[in-house]
Write a protein that binds this ligand. Sequence first.
Ligand code: 13P
Length: 250
Amino acid sequence: MTRKLAAGNWKMHGHTPNLAELQRLLDIHSNAKCDVLLCPPATLIHRMATMCTDSKLAIGGQDCHGAVTGAHTGEISAQMLADAGATYVIVGHSERRTDHNETNADIRSKAEAAIAADLTAIVCLGESEAERLAGSTIEVIEQQLIESLPSTANAENLVIAYEPIWAIGTGMVPTLDQIAEVHDFLRGKLREIMANAADDIPLLYGGSVKAANAVDIFNVSNVDGALVGGASLKADDFSPIISALDVHAK
Ligand code: 13P
């Protein structure tokens, strides 16, 4: 069975007092069967990773540079994230694609850098509202997948997150059939590329996931978890999402 992953992306939110939210999650979910991940701002990674030592919870970065080292002021390499205690990194989030003009090729090199540093890369894909309305969702997802998939990916070091841009932070969620269509497509395409390894790659849905819709979303075929933004900031909001996924985990 594909492993299940409840992942939280804190985006540019979080200071020292918010470490209490992680402590609450550690207290509540010490026996979680699903994998649990928080991706805080880089400034909190080391402290959070230290808090998570010997626990079921993992800590990840929200982005990394594609190069190992060099003159790139303000950037963070995958190895630096690993050195700080991260075990995952998100790459290709639509906010990075938009705010920093990241291309599929950039994202592939970031994912390859992540894997080379022994991190699991969470590669994000998703169509815009205009692309959805134009009926080109699957075409867009296929191109993003093919062009950003790291050549070194395997079942242990890759997670794919489907995040429709129009569903992020809007409260709008695709229908369960629309989610199933994309996730079934992703699984099929990954099988073409990676054969049997494809079945073990967690496929996350992201975009306005809340406690109220998580149960239904986790029942959709080929959904192995969620990448949660706003509802991951408070333990009280994220905890029921983790619990909803936990029933699907071994
Ligand atoms: P929201 O859950 O706030 O819609 O954000 C989703 C997201 O972008 C996670 O990466």
